[in-house]
Ligand binder design. Structure first.
Ligand code: NAD
Length: 457
């Protein structure tokens, strides 16, 4: 029997022993994950540097630290999250009590991408094990070193029958998907998300799809320009723009464009110096394929700032660019790199139409001090989530469910949403036997019908 089938069957059998269900087992599993992450932290940091040139500070802030924080949240709230919730019973069901009982799905599959490989493999795992499931993780084949380091830390913490990492490319993923998982949690591109959902439909397996897309950042003329510039540059050039919720393109009011562009240049130089491609604080592009794809985008517009590339370092400098045409790939495809196209507007209605006429973004960022504009954008635009007067940071809150809508995905996680995602809620009505209301039973007399009509209206 091959490894996939073998591990899958082992996990199914293990789940059926019910060992993963108790509070103490789940707490112990969370603690084992924390211990193993801390033990392997140096390996993870080294691997992230090799794969993406991530600075240790950034790697801790956006990957390791996020997972540890997620574990702490779960440990603090698990007892309450696992509790049955009493709800009312209808009078027609007298005498009874009703409750909602959280129960794990069973054996879950977590498929992750290469851009935040630690975070996007292990943060969902925290939810999966807190909810009482067993899990198989399939990390990306492109972040080779980090995927290997993740496998080592998981092997150190758990037996294969409980949590296991399977390495491989899309063929391996397709083979995994031939098995009847009880839940699939996928993070990756919209196109692959469609394939995952199609495969999952064969077994009616529920899915979370954490996808990508083009996330706009809007800067209105009332915005605090200096702070906006700093926060946009932070969110855009973090991990060299290879962030699912990075601002993809910028819509700025015509009157303040020049001041904002100057602010952006200043912030870039403050963060990475005058030659960002030489900075150790600035990440590399994951591979040659993406490097070439991004380099080609440089021809889709007029470069306002940046545009320098280093083939040997596989780096592209932070770039501000005016697109020649909104139908070119830089304005139609997810950029997923350090190029920020800048488009001007005069009127907020234009902005709302521009966004709503495109696929639903994963994130939207609005910089404004005007409450009316804030309300207009929040109520009229469809998108996954976002920030007012900041970028990216909403993803790091335990209290905000994170996820997309439409083309940017379905489902939510982080904090209690992670627990809920990996949990099925059984609704139970428990009836006493000392009394048995006759009106529902045949024969259906006129009196019984009249009583039913009184109750059911
Ligand atoms: P991807 O969709 O190419 O790959 C993701 C995973 O799917 C990998 O593990 C890969 O091996 C597997 N895969 C690839 N092709 C497959 C196929 N045909 N069949 C089955 N499995 C397949 O994505 P990526 O390039 O690794 O990551 C970038 C994308 O992920 C971007 O679109 C980005 O926006 C998105 N993303 C989303 C989030 C989020 O939280 N919403 C986070 C990070 C990245």
């Amino acid at each position: 029997m091959n490894k996939i089938k073998n591990v899958f069957n082992l996990q199914k059998q293990y789940f059926n022993t019910h060992e993963t269900l108790s509070y103490s087992f789940r707490m112990d599993a969370l603690n084992k994950l924390r211990i193993s992450i801390i033990k392997h932290a140096d390996n993870l940091l080294e691997a992230l540097d090799k794969d993406l040139g991530k600075h240790q500070h950034e790697a801790y802030m956006t990957e390791i630290g996020i997972v540890l924080k997620e574990i702490s949240y779960m440990e603090k709230h698990l007892k309450k999250l696992m509790k049955r919730k009493r709800v009312k019973s209808p009078l027609t069901d007298f005498p009874s009590i009703s409750f909602i009982m959280p129960h794990p799905y069973g054996t879950v599959l977590i498929i992750s991408p290469w851009n935040y490989p630690v975070n996007l493999s292990l943060a969902p795992l925290v939810g999966a094990i807190a909810a009482g499931n067993t899990a198989i993780i399939k990390p990306s084949e492109f972040s080779v070193n980090t995927s290997k380091a993740i496998e080592e830390l998981i092997k150190d913490a758990y037996e294969d029958k409980y949590v296991c990492v399977i390495q491989g490319d899309k063929e391996v993923t397709q083979e995994l998907l031939e098995n009847k998982f009880n839940y699939i949690f996928f993070t990756g591109s919209t196109n692959v998300g469609k394939i995952i959902m199609e495969k999952a439909s064969k077994f009616l397996t529920p899915v979370s799809l954490e996808l990508g897309g083009k996330s706009p950042v809007i800067v209105d003329k009332t915005a605090n320009i200096e702070v906006s510039a700093k926060r946009i540059a932070f969110g855009k050039f973090l991990n060299s723009g290879q962030t699912c919720i990075a601002p993809d393109y910028l819509l700025v009011h015509e009157d303040i464009k020049d001041r904002l562009v100057n602010g952006l240049k200043k912030s870039i130089e403050e963060f990475y110096g005058d030659k960002p491609i030489d900075s150790e604080h600035y990440s590399t592009i994951i591979n040659e394929k993406h490097f070439n794809r991004l380099s080609a985008y440089l021809k889709n517009g007029e470069i306002i700032y940046g545009g320098d590339i280093s083939v040997t370092k596989r780096k592209i400098g932070p770039t501000l660019i005016t697109p020649i045409d909104n139908n070119l790939p830089i304005m139609t495809e997810e950029i997923f790199g350090p190029l920020l196209p800048i488009v001007t507007f005069n009127d907020m209605k234009e902005v709302v139409d521009f966004i709503n006429n495109r696929p639903n973004p994963l994130a939207l960022y609005l910089f404004t001090e005007d409450k009316k504009i804030e309300s207009k954008v929040l109520t009229e635009c469809q998108f996954g989530g976002g920030c007012i007067n900041d970028t990216v940071v909403h993803i790091a809150s335990d209290y905000l469910p994170f996820g997309g809508v439409g083309e940017s995905g379905m489902g939510h996680y982080h904090g209690q949403s992670s627990f809920k995602t990996f949990t099925h809620y059984k609704s139970i009505l428990k009836k006493a036997t000392w009394f048995d209301l006759k009106i529902r039973y045949a024969p259906f007399t006129k009196t019984k019908s009249n009583i039913i009509k009184k109750f059911l209206k």
